[in-house]
Design a protein around this ligand. Structure first.
Ligand code: DC
Length: 228
């Protein structure tokens, strides 16, 4: 049960390509709450390691980066969040497949997850927080009042990602995307620390055949029932 004196939290967990990011952003805006895009933190750590030539499996060195991470999020729940790393705008760079892969690799390291734990918890500010990630409901905010886990078929998630990239003018093959999704799912859900899985009591929503608004409305309904 959520501590009554702390700001309320809705956690939105699930694999990449389920619409988590968009759903969380709209949800935060509709509620007037803060937003934590925890994947962006892992992406920043991955990018920082790549930029410095640090091996992605060097746990001590990467955890050191995570502890000292100089990151800034501005315009938090809007459409145009700017993400700065070492005072440089990396908003677009962190969304590439290469950085996503690096993020998934550094995310298996327990010391890195530990280093990011407190930083994530500091996003819990009044009037409330929507927390988007893989382990928001299970590890970071186990006392959240509403926990949501989004699913969608791999084919649908690859198709969504394909469209996103195409719209940005980036050329990729659907097959390669599908393979990467499979690889990342396996790594995210089989890691020893904080594997991706639905939290106990989570509301599970399969978004394969749902539009974004439908998903958001479903979560808002569940929230109203929870606080009624
Ligand atoms: O949601 P995303 O694609 O931006 O996340 C990138 C990677 O970061 C993902 O492959 C796994 C990792 N991650 C994590 O381990 N825990 C989180 N709470 C969020 C992301």
């Amino acid at each position: 049960m959520e501590a009554q004196d702390k700001p309320p939290i809705i956690t939105v967990d699930g694999p990449g390509g389920v619409g988590k990011g968009t759903v969380s952003r709209i949800l935060a805006a509709r509620l007037g709450w803060h937003l934590l895009d925890s994947g962006a933190l892992y992406r920043l750590v991955g990018l920082s390691a790549l930029k410095r030539g640090i091996a992605l499996d060097d746990e001590a060195a990467v955890a050191g980066l995570a502890i000292r991470l100089d990151a800034e999020f501005t315009g938090n729940s809007g459409d145009n969040t700017v993400i700065m790393l070492d005072h440089v705008d990396v908003s677009d760079e962190i969304r590439t497949e290469g950085v996503g892969n690096a993020a998934s690799r550094v995310a298996v390291l327990p010391a890195v997850r530990q280093a990011l734990l407190e930083r994530q918890r500091r996003f819990r500010l009044p009037p409330g927080l929507v927390a988007d990630g893989r382990d928001m409901g299970t590890v970071v905010f186990p006392d959240a009042r509403l926990k949501v886990f989004l699913r969608a078929s791999r084919e649908e998630r690859a198709a969504r990602r394909y469209k996103q990239l195409k719209d940005k003018g980036i050329d990729v093959s659907l097959d390669a995307l599908l393979r990467e999704i499979e690889e990342r799912d396996l790594r995210d859900s089989s890691r020893r620390v904080a594997p991706m899985r639905p939290a106990e009591g989570a509301v599970i929503i399969d978004t394969t055949h749902m539009g974004i608004d439908e998903v958001v409305d479903g979560i808002l309904r569940a929230w109203k029932e929870r606080v009624a």
